[in-house]
Design a protein around this ligand. Structure first.
Ligand SMILES: *[C@@H]1O[C@H](CO)[C@@H](O)[C@H](O)[C@H]1NC(C)=O
Ligand SMILES: *[C@@H]1O[C@H](CO)[C@@H](O)[C@H](O)[C@H]1NC(C)=O
Ligand SMILES: *[C@@H]1O[C@H](CO)[C@@H](O)[C@H](O)[C@H]1NC(C)=O
Ligand SMILES: *[C@@H]1O[C@H](CO)[C@@H](O)[C@H](O)[C@H]1NC(C)=O
Ligand SMILES: *[C@@H]1O[C@H](CO)[C@@H](O)[C@H](O)[C@H]1NC(C)=O
Ligand SMILES: *[C@@H]1O[C@H](CO)[C@@H](O)[C@H](O)[C@H]1NC(C)=O
Ligand SMILES: *[C@@H]1O[C@H](CO)[C@@H](O)[C@H](O)[C@H]1NC(C)=O
Ligand SMILES: *[C@@H]1O[C@H](CO)[C@@H](O)[C@H](O)[C@H]1NC(C)=O
Ligand SMILES: *[C@@H]1O[C@H](CO)[C@@H](O)[C@H](O)[C@H]1NC(C)=O
Ligand SMILES: *[C@@H]1O[C@H](CO)[C@@H](O)[C@H](O)[C@H]1NC(C)=O
Ligand SMILES: *[C@@H]1O[C@H](CO)[C@@H](O)[C@H](O)[C@H]1NC(C)=O
Length: 427
């Protein structure tokens, strides 16, 4: 009918570009780096300073190849670009044998290091030469170093990044460790049996604090809520108590907050909803009471909200579209909390009771392990046309996937039909 139908070559080409090309790219680019990296000859890397090379050999670091070639074996070493010899700036010791000993002299000749990481290196405590102490900017001990003292750590005063995890620390409190680290940006001391109180003074530009899984006690001090560059605060699984200070709302850069598994009491401060970028909020397993602030539903970026196992009461102040916008929402384990039957459906499986007309729980919440959806429908489902909608919403992830596949399939079918029509036109 049309005077000049487009040649079938064009749609085929488009089809190839849109559907096949991405898969070609991903399948080619993934295996490439491992293939090329070990064998590629070094062109611009200079060799490591001989004393440092000797020191590395004394530590049983494989140095058959130049340790300055990137990426090095398991990324264990990294060098600067000084001439004629380069110097080591980063060293990662992983899976060490317990017999490994770091000699003082070896460490002394490695005092150009800015990063030193121990991963699964349960070696005896080490005495650092002062040159190394002042050169280090980043220090990590994960499941390493038997036991370290807070005083020993406190000497690393130039650190910007400190990570200690699964490594028991002997210290009377975080203050001992942090008092002199005025440049610290990211701080993780987790699962390390740290005792004492959160420090009253933190004079630094911290962006990340993770004190999770220790034995800290006391309140959240004002000092923490003054860190206006803080993006992540994790105080979970400690013995902290008291009210959540309303000044927590001053943490305007905060994205992740976990106060879970402590003994915080009182109510959830409204001010939390003033944190514009908060994505992840976990207040579960405390003794928080009062009602859930309705303002939380105005937090545009929130994706993860866990309020489970507290003493919250009243009506859940959220509508379906808000709850659907979250990837994770939990309120189970608040025996005086209930949901408005005409706003939310039992199919959401909030595991709390529906409200009576006074906003109090109507009946005990459904049992946690009630298995199938279809085994017993008698309970709360008066409005059946609605519940079928909610049923679909209940399985969030898979449905998006199915939808995606359906769209992809139908576009392919459409294209094929289009191509057939085209080819018929041409003939
Ligand atoms: C080495 O480090 C680079 C960049 O930091 C990273 O992309 C790569 O995955 C690391 N390789 C290994 C084996 O850890
Ligand atoms: C250390 O051991 C772990 C687990 O055994 C392994 O996944 C990792 O690749 C090892 N790392 C190095 C640098 O050997
Ligand atoms: C921190 O680094 C500076 C040089 O950047 C150095 O002069 C100072 O001694 C170091 N501080 C400590 C406590 O090591
Ligand atoms: C903190 O950050 C500000 C601005 O980014 C900077 O001017 C200041 O020097 C930093 N303070 C410390 C102790 O690093
Ligand atoms: C943790 O600290 C307590 C005392 O504060 C001590 O009794 C316990 O042995 C420590 N645990 C580990 C694994 O160091
Ligand atoms: C806090 O730390 C715990 C334990 O290390 C971890 O499981 C959790 O994901 C962390 N939460 C946030 C918000 O970083
Ligand atoms: C913050 O939370 C997000 C998602 O909940 C997680 O992927 C990310 O690793 C967290 N960041 C930190 C620093 O804990
Ligand atoms: C909530 O807990 C606080 C402190 O435990 C208590 O003073 C307050 O009366 C409680 N409020 C309600 C409504 O239960
Ligand atoms: C659901 O609640 C949000 C936040 O309170 C509100 O902006 C939105 O209009 C509500 N949606 C419906 C369908 O009521
Ligand atoms: C439940 O929601 C309906 C409709 O929005 C409202 O009329 C009713 O008062 C609410 N019930 C309770 C207990 O809040
Ligand atoms: C459904 O629940 C009722 C009481 O809640 C119970 O008597 C009945 O046996 C249950 N039926 C099935 C099929 O589980």
């Amino acid at each position: 009918m049309k005077p000049s139908p487009p040649p079938p070559l064009l749609p085929i080409l488009l089809f190839t570009i849109f559907f096949l090309f991405p898969t070609i790219i991903t399948s080619v680019s993934l295996p490439l780096p491992p293939k090329s990296s070990p064998s590629s000859p070094s062109t611009s890397t200079s060799t490591l300073e001989p004393n440092q090379l000797k020191a590395l050999q004394s530590l049983n670091i494989p140095t058959s190849k130049n340790p300055c070639i990137q990426p090095s074996f398991h990324n264990a070493t990294q060098c600067d670009s000084s001439k004629p010899f380069s110097h080591l700036i980063s060293l990662t010791l992983s899976n060490c044998s317990t017999s490994l000993s770091l000699s003082y002299n070896a460490l002394k000749s490695l005092s150009t290091l800015q990063s030193l990481h121990f991963l699964n290196c349960p070696i005896a405590p080490i005495h650092f030469p002062p040159q190394l102490t002042s050169s280090l900017l980043s220090f990590t001990s994960i499941n390493s170093l038997h036991k370290i003292s807070g005083v020993w750590l406190s000497h690393l005063a130039n650190l910007t990044d400190l990570t200690v995890s699964n490594t028991p620390i002997k210290a009377s409190g975080p203050y001992v460790i942090l008092a002199h680290m005025k440049k610290l940006k990211t701080l993780t001391i987790s699962n390390s049996n740290l005792t004492g109180f959160l420090p009253k003074y933190i004079h630094s530009n911290l962006t990340h604090i993770d004190f999770s899984s220790n034995n800290l006690k006391g309140n959240i001090p004002f000092s923490i809520t003054m860190l206006d560059g803080l993006e992540s605060l994790n105080l979970s699984s400690n013995g902290l108590k008291g009210e959540i200070p309303s000044s927590l709302g001053d943490l305007i850069s905060l994205k992740n907050l976990s106060l879970a598994s402590n003994s915080f009491s009182g109510s959830i401060p409204d001010s939390i909803s003033a944190i514009p970028g908060l994505v992840h909020m976990d207040l579960s397993s405390n003794q928080l009471n009062g009602t859930i602030p309705k303002f939380i539903s105005e937090m545009k970026n929130l994706k993860y909200l866990n309020l489970a196992n507290n003493n919250l009461h009243g009506v859940v102040p959220f509508n379906l579209s808000f709850i659907k916008s979250l990837t994770m929402f939990k309120v189970v384990g608040n025996s005086n909390l209930c949901y408005n039957h005409s706003v939310l459906s039992s199919k959401l499986k909030l595991e709390i009771a529906a409200c009576d007309k006074y906003g109090r729980p109507m009946s005990p919440p459904p049992a946690k392990d009630s298995s199938g959806d279809d085994s017993n429908d008698s309970d709360y489902d008066e409005e059946d046309d609605e519940s079928s909608i909610h049923k679909r919403e209940h399985h969030h992830g898979p449905n998006k996937f199915v939808l995606g596949v359906a769209i992809a399939l139908s576009s392919i079918v459409f294209l094929i039909v289009f191509l057939i029509l085209c080819s018929k036109c041409c003939r």
